[in-house]
Every structure is written in C-alpha cells, then in structure tokens.
Design a protein around this ligand. Structure first.
Ligand code: PLP
Length: 392
C-alpha cells in the first residue's frame, strides 16, 4: 500500500511522536504558572518559538501559536480586517482559497466589508493585472494563498507584495499551509504581513499551527480570555504539540533541498506516466514549472473522481478527490472552474501528494496501477458519454 494523500495530512515523524509523548509526561505544567513546573513548560514554548522563528528568519515575538491552519486563517483574515476597520473596509481575495479563508471573507462581507475576488488565469495563478485594478485606498487586506491545496499551483507572492507597496494600508495575508516546510522562504523577505501554517501538513502533530504576524500589525483577537500569545490568542498553550510542531519543522527544513529534488523526480515520473494514458489530463505543465513539488493534479474527464479513488484504493493506493459529492450529485471543484475547466473536467479532479522518501520505482508502480484502473473503468466512460457527458 502507498499513501499518496500527504496534502490532506501526513504521518508525524516518529521523533515528533516521541517528543510529544515526553512533553506530555514530563512537562505537564501550565506555562503561566510561576513555579518551577510551570516555568519548565514555559521554557519549552519559548524554545519552540525561537526554533520556528529561526527557520522562517522572523522574530520570535512575531509568531502566534494556534490550534490549526483553519484557526490561523480565521485569526489573520478576521483579526486583521476588524482591527483595520477605521482605515478602510475593502478586502481582496481569490476564488481558489481554502474554505477557512473564503468563509472568513464571507463573514466579513456580512459585517459590511466590500470584497473583490480577483480571478486566476488558466494555470491557476492570480491575475496580477486584475489585482492591481482592484487595489484602492480603502483596501485593508489582501489574502492570497501560497500553494494551492488542490492543484498545487505556486502563487506569485513576491509580485503580489510588490503591488501592495503603493498601498501602505493594505496588509498581505498568505495561507502558507501547503508551503511552510515544503518550500524555502521567509515571510519577512517575501513581503508577507501575515502567514498561516499548520503542523500536520509537515509531519507534525494535528491540532497545532501558527500565524506569523509582522511586528506592528494589529489583530483583533477572536478568543477573549487570559491574554496568552501576546493577547492575540488566549488559551493555555498546547505545550506538547507546540514542541512537536517545532521539531517537525526543524526536521522538514533540515532536509529541504534534497526533499524538493526527490519530490521533483517523483513528480516527473508521475507526469510522464499520466501523459502517456490518453484518458487522463495532467493539470499544469509536464516539467512542473510553477507547481509545488509535492502535489500532482490530473483530471479524468467523463469519470467521477470518487470512482477512481475507490478503484485505486482496491489496488492499495490512497489518493484524493477534491470535488465534493452529495447525494450522488457531483459538485464541480470551484478551483478548477475558476481556472476555466469545463464541468466534465471540474468534477473529475484527482490529487496525488507524497513525501520525499518515496522512490521513482514507487511512482512507476503507481502509474502501472493507474493504467490498470483506467482500463478497468473504460466501459464506464463510454456509458457516461452515451448519457450525454462530453469527456473531452
Ligand atoms: N489552508 C490550506 C491551503 C489547506 O490545505 C488546509 C488543510 O487542508 C487548511 C488551510 C486548513 O488547515 P487545518 O487542517 O490545519 O485546519
């Protein structure tokens, strides 16, 4: 069996599991307690903050620990917009954001914020010309993700930041849940004001995340309480998971260059294999230019993606579909529609995501299984054609 759904979640590194266990057992104090047991726990939180800050080349005080990527995105989008309300009420985002961003934006709209959704081009990259047109003196926040979680497009964040320079009131939030620990970058050097991350995407524990919040950026807290995390995120710190998150990020980034190279090789084998199966269409260029190294996306027009996922599971491969299926009716992927895909393609998306330790032989074996599955399902494609579907 081969788990190919690393963009959904990852198995934690064994060393991370051990660190979390050890902290749960030995360092159970509350970091706010003033006695030794509390101070030992506090020291671990401080060290973890310093570790993550060092990796991202930011200041430790610029990191806010949260419970997940969803919370980081909610805090960034709503916290920044609400704190900036007296400076303007316009927000800009894209149609391919994770629901934790797009639903936060929707909540702000219901509170009276004006929202502009800037389109993406056919490659899935945000249209910089449209973004420039949308920016105005009232814009207080622009939220653009770094790596799209569905099809893996890397967004031109440095270019977005450059455009924002002419609008000093506009903050840049980047959902980095699919890029932190996967791509080498520093939010400060890229011109990002707010960056969200989630530990379980980089082989850390579930239930931990962080938000980088550039010094001087004000956030309206979403949780009122004891004033932890500089008042931005009340609640007793989850010491074991914070330690596990820092350890995972350290391990992921220590081997980053090599990991990227290995994932690129894996990607190249998959891309070539997919291109050789006529029923399938690779999303994005075969050479992976502009795409994240750890995600390969394809479509199988005329075939429900769920059917392919389950067929591959029978062969021992676990991949992902992003098109939600409710009561048998298929809902096309909003991301793929935004890229201009027609409905048969937008309901047939498949995502393959993987770590650095899978080999090119693993990729070749997967392509063989994919070829077998397409052959098994071929009669069903014909059926959907007769039913009026237009697969290509
Ligand atoms: N943002 C992106 C791009 C994601 O892929 C995900 C998770 O799938 C999230 C945010 C949410 O992260 P979490 O699962 O930690 O809440």
């Amino acid at each position: 069996m081969l788990y190919l759904d690393y963009a959904a979640t990852t198995p934690p590194y064994p060393e991370v599991v051990e660190a979390v266990r050890e902290v749960m057992v030995r360092f159970y104090g509350n970091p706010s307690s003033i006695h030794r047991i509390g101070m030992e726990a506090e020291r671990l939180v401080i060290q973890s903050r310093e570790t993550i800050a060092g990796i991202l080349r930011v200041k430790p005080a610029e990191l806010i620990f949260t419970s997940c990527g969803t919370e980081s995105n909610n805090l960034a989008v709503k916290g920044a917009a609400l704190a900036a309300r007296n400076r303007g009420n316009h927000m800009i985002t894209t149609p391919i954001e994770h629901a934790s961003v797009s639903e936060s934006v929707r909540q702000l709209e219901s509170l009276g914020f004006r929202i502009t959704v800037v389109p993406v081009d056919e490659s899935g990259a945000v249209r910089l010309d449209k973004l420039e047109e949308a920016l105005d003196a009232e814009t207080v926040l622009v939220s653009v993700m770094h790596v799209n979680n569905e099809m893996g497009r890397i967004q031109p964040i440095a270019d977005v930041a450059r455009l924002l320079k002419a609008y000093p009131a506009a903050l840049l939030h980047v959902d980095g849940v699919q890029s932190v620990g996967k791509l080498p970058f520093s939010p400060a050097e890229l011109g990002i004001d707010l960056l969200s991350a989630s530990a379980h995407k980089f082989r850390g524990p579930k239930g931990a995340g962080f938000l980088y919040c550039r010094e001087g950026v004000r956030l309206e807290p979403l949780l009122a309480g004891g004033g932890q995390e500089g008042g931005s995120r009340s609640g007793t710190e989850n010491v074991p998971l914070i330690v596990g998150m820092a350890k995972a990020l350290r391990m992921a980034t220590d081997r980053l260059d090599d990991a990227i190279e290995r994932k690129r090789l894996f990607r190249a084998v998959l891309a070539e294999g997919i291109a050789s199966i006529p029923e399938l269409r690779l999303t994005g260029p075969t050479d992976g230019e502009g795409m994240a190294p750890h995600i390969v996306h394809l479509t199988f027009p005329g075939m429900k993606s769920e059917v392919v996922v389950h067929a591959l599971e029978r062969h021992g491969y676990f991949i992902s579909t992003k098109s939600a299926c409710s009561s048998g009716e298929e809902k096309p992927s909003g991301t793929l529609l935004a890229m201009g895909f027609d409905k048969p393609r937008a309901v047939s998306g498949l995502r393959i995501s993987y770590p650095e330790d899978y080999t090119e032989d693993d990729a070749r074996r997967f392509v063989t299984a994919l070829r077998d599955v397409v052959a098994e399902l071929r009669p069903m494609i014909r059926k959907s054609k007769q039913a009026g579907g237009s697969p290509r």
